[in-house]
Ligand binder design. Structure first.
Ligand code: PMP
Ligand code: GLU
Length: 399
């Protein structure tokens, strides 16, 4: 191996920890181990039939050619109408860019806006890829810590204190991966009022879990006119419509930013898959209530997980109001040992659970909070019950 021949930029970033854990558990499963993986954040539901039908029709209608870089015009129109319908945000179709997953949407935005030493505020816990993409763009992540006692949500005072003249951006998700926390309208308004005073700061609002919200209406920070022209709203169909493999994400943004993202994407991937775009069009045009059965299923599982975690001593958790993760604080187990090794941090605990309980979770340090571990409960009830049984027994063996 000639790793030293790789470009320096590669050494700045690490492998996605969520994908790494999913890979590790697949490898162990292939070796015949009975691994239960609650590591990857992906709905176990299949894509609804009406969306699959739209894709089949698209093939028959020969949607098999290159697509416009920013997406089909009718899809961009449908997304603009969706933003008005669901989020009360006015975007024109030219302000929309459709990409190969919300991950590419985020990469486009960060690479288009962040220069050497620009500061990017990232509330902890954060989604794994934000940090790596910021580093790839030579930016400097600036963290705000919001722990379990704050329901993992930052306050306006914390935001104000983190902003400097070098701050270029803040990036966060609501509903949040990994905490499941959801900002309500008043909380977003209070953050928007801080941002209003700092015109150099752009806001990347990742709303990919919009439809997996158990507390009612989803709220978007772009709805506040004072900062609208500095907000980039990220969304997509992966989570809400159980379409992770189709790879469709999108942004609504100020026109100059959407044009920049289009230019970036034109050199990386061009327009995204024609067939997946026709499927996404069917999803986005549909009444959002079509996803209610999946949301109800996630809520039932969330309640089950919370009830079962309550029976395990030393675990502290918030009540996640959305997404499909729980992010409990397990730090009371640090310093304990399985007889051979001492558990010093969340990564040690995850390794111990994988090796001794055949349970794959993701350690909190991947999301910036080493006191926690992340469970994805987007899996069957049987697997959840067995997983938490394994967790309980494994933790009980630590002294
Ligand atoms: N943002 C967050 C918070 C996510 O959890 C994910 C899931 N991978 C993404 C963005 C990327 O979504 P996609 O699969 O559409 O690229
Ligand atoms: N968003 C999912 C997760 O957090 C998918 C994995 C990834 O894209 O990193 O597990």
């Amino acid at each position: 191996m000639s790793v030293e021949k790789l470009a320096a930029r590669l050494s700045k970033i690490s492998e996605s920890q969520t994908l790494a854990m999913a890979r590790k558990s697949r490898e162990l499963q292939a070796l015949g181990k009975d691994i239960i993986s609650l590591s990857i954040g992906e709905p176990d539901y299949n894509t609804p039939d009406f969306i699959k039908d739209a894709a089949k029709l698209a093939i028959d209608q020969n949607y098999t050619h290159y697509t416009p870089v920013a997406g089909f015009q009718d899809l961009k129109e449908a997304i603009a109408a969706k933003f008005k319908r669901d989020n009360n945000i006015d975007y024109k179709p030219e302000q929309i860019v459709v990409s190969t997953g919300a991950k590419q949407s985020i990469a486009n935005v960060i690479l288009s806006l962040i220069d050497l030493n620009d500061e990017v505020i990232v509330p902890i816990p954060y989604w794994v890829s934000y940090i790596e993409l910021i580093k790839l763009a030579d930016g400097i992540p600036v963290f705000i810590h919001a722990g379990v006692d704050a329901n993992f949500k930052i306050s306006p005072a914390q935001l104000e204190a983190a902003i400097t003249p070098k701050t270029k951006m803040i990036i966060f998700s609501t509903p949040c991966n990994p905490s499941g926390s959801v900002y309500n309208k008043q909380e977003l308004q209070a953050l928007a009022e801080v941002l209003e005073r700092h015109p150099q700061v752009y806001v990347v609002s990742d709303e990919i879990y919009e439809h997996i919200n158990f507390v009612g209406k989803h709220e978007s920070i772009a709805q506040f006119p004072a900062i609208y022209d500095r907000v980039i709203t990220i969304n997509g169909v992966s989570k809400g419509f159980a379409m992770t493999g189709w790879r469709i994400g999108y942004i609504g943004a100020p026109l100059w930013i959407s044009k920049a993202c289009e230019k970036m994407q034109g050199q990386f991937t061009s327009g995204t898959c024609s067939i997946a775009q026709r499927a996404a069009l069917a999803a986005i045009l549909a009444d959002p209530e079509v996803v209610k059965p999946m949301r109800d299923g996630f809520l039932k599982r969330r309640n089950m997980v919370l009830e079962m975690l309550e029976e395990i001593p030393g675990i502290k958790t918030n009540i996640p109001d959305g997404a499909f993760y729980v992010f409990p604080d397990i730090s009371s187990y640090f310093g304990k040992s399985d007889g051979e090794n001492i558990i010093n941090n969340s990564a040690d605990l995850c390794m111990y659970l994988l090796n001794s309980a055949n349970l794959a979770l993701v350690s909190g340090d991947a999301f910036g909070d080493d006191n926690c571990i992340r469970f994805s409960y987007a899996t069957s009830e049987d697997k959840i019950i067995e997983a938490i049984k394994r967790l309980k027994n494994a933790l009980a063996r630590l002294n």
